[in-house]
Design a protein around this ligand. Sequence first.
Ligand SMILES: NC(=O)c1ccc[n+]([C@@H]2O[C@H](COP(=O)([O-])OP(=O)(O)OC[C@H]3O[C@@H](n4cnc5c(N)ncnc54)[C@H](OP(=O)(O)O)[C@@H]3O)[C@@H](O)[C@H]2O)c1
Length: 317
Amino acid sequence: MRAAFASTFDADNPLAALAVGDRPEPTHPDDDWVTVEVRASSLNRHDLWSLSGVGLAPEQLPMILGCDAVGVDPDGNDVVVYPVVVDPSDPRGLSILSERFPGTLAERVAVPRANLVPVPAGLPLTDAACLPTAWLTAYRMLTNRGRIDEGEAVLVQGAGGGVATAAVVLAVALGKRVYATSRDAAKRDRIAALGATALAPGARLPERVDVVIETVGAATFDHSMKSAKPGARIVVSGATAGHEPKVNLRRVFALQLEILGTSMGTPAELAELLALCVDKGVRPVVDSVYGFSQVSDAFARLHSGEVFGKVVLDHSR
Ligand SMILES: NC(=O)c1ccc[n+]([C@@H]2O[C@H](COP(=O)([O-])OP(=O)(O)OC[C@H]3O[C@@H](n4cnc5c(N)ncnc54)[C@H](OP(=O)(O)O)[C@@H]3O)[C@@H](O)[C@H]2O)c1
């Protein structure tokens, strides 16, 4: 079957490690696994990390990329694929599709049947394909980890990204005051159009916030700390620009800040997110939709740093 996969690693130019071609049909490690015919998928920074050799070992190559998919299950139902699989061989006890088990950038993907979540009526497949990784992560950052109900103001760092645009849209939909930084003036205009107050990185906020959404890391972490009000939650799910920031511990204890790590979310949280999208008419921010035959162009777009929101693949083209 046709697939996009990591054939090697290239930390300097991850695009050079991308291969598109024929891969074997999915296999089922257990009886409770099923095969989904993929209709749409979306790219994540995770796919660029994989091509760079982060999170994959050479003996796992070639590895089909992709965490996110919507498709059709063996009974003919439209389903969102929840990408986290129980994996006792991994120290985390789990792995995300494309880490140990082949990913979603293929004609078909195998997953445990319990990982299938129905696509709600009225949600286009190319929108639903954005939700399982970036949007689920952002949803959990705000709700379970950030306890957004207890606060009114949120800061989102690096707001052009997939997780960050999701956090902006969801926090606005939940009625919060949202501040968001981006390095790029054009992206700041687009963030403002989503209902947030857009700022340059490091800019002083008009108020301190209850929740900070951090996926950038070293480049923004000091600003995140300085922007947090006493008792605030700084929720971290990524470190695109460095994972070893300087941390002022005096500020952590004096202001009783919580620095919380998080990864992905649960199937129940994915179902809640889908329901929220339907109930509040929330739709993912889609940067671009490519046919699967243009998957290399889609990766180049993600790698360009110009992306605002999600890069989606339509597998029918
Ligand atoms: N733990 C999990 O479960 C989980 C799930 C999803 C993602 N992640 C991680 O979260 C991060 C974001 O993922 P994504 O898919 O949203 O990535 P993405 O779409 O590529 O977005 C990354 C964003 O980070 C900002 N950025 C990059 N370099 C920066 C720098 N030097 N200074 C300031 N900002 C910078 C950019 O924002 P601007 O251009 O607007 O400044 C960019 O839009 C990645 O590290 C990813 O691995 C983790």
